[in-house]
Design a protein. Sequence first.
Length: 324
Amino acid sequence: METMKLTNEWDKIFPQSDKVDHRKVTFTNRYGLTLAADMYIPRNAADGKLAAIAVSGPFGAVKEQASGLYAQTLAERGFLTLAFDPSYTGESSGEPRHVASPDINTEDFSAAVDFLSTLDQVDSERIGILGICGFGGMGLNAAAMDTRIKATVTSTMYDMSRVNANGYFDAMDADARYELRKQLNAQRTQDAKTGSIAPAQGGLPDSLQGNEPQFVKDYFNYYKTSRGFHVRSINSNGAWNATSSLSFMNMPLLTYANEIRSAVLIVHGEKAHSRYFSEDAFKKLKGNNKELLIIPGANHTDLYDRTDVIPFDKITDFFRKYLK
């Protein structure tokens, strides 16, 4: 395992709870990448092994943002939780930086399950995962592959394969997709010549002009303000590398979602621009242990950090039911 220097001071965007113990940990995935994580352990847990939940997302965020808030809150409710930085991002390893991959990021969830399964405090038969935004899609893909995952929650989910291949609201056709592939592969050639990886052009602006789509304003108001800014967050400080989109365009994440036999709860905001990702993903699922919960009036980023909106009681009840 790679030796890593992790930040020791509390640098989350949310206050530290006095109901849980917190420590930094690392673990490796099957590609040999070392992932950095925050582990939250309930202080007043009953004797015996605990149910555990691995948490990641949103896409382009770090564990000090929404995933850490979810993890700490669920630890307050009795679960041992792990909020991790995906490969190539945050404090996790991987070069070049700011790479995303449908395969590697799905593997990150399974690697987290590997790690949790080795802990003396954890019941390895009671492990779940929670994916936020783009890591909701990665979480469903992991649940379809990894039978050790007994329960999955997605919150304000994105299907990153679909949005990269088809654009928002499926506005891209095959010709537009071909032109995008040409552009991205030309960028690969340029990157090879320069020996550096160019960032995508779609990062958040440093200021708003006022005519942006509402969802861009919502992202800005989270990532670029004191509400959610973090120095290691891609969405706060830059962009993914440009060519990451290629693998998502060609590798659909939710191909086998209909084969998930374990429990799934999909949560989304009624007013979210991304709501259709969750609704369509839910249509793929089978079995009476699947549920779609639409939160009235909520937009996409409300489910990042608004504790008065995030249905933590429902999420807790779901995990208690299926991780027992």
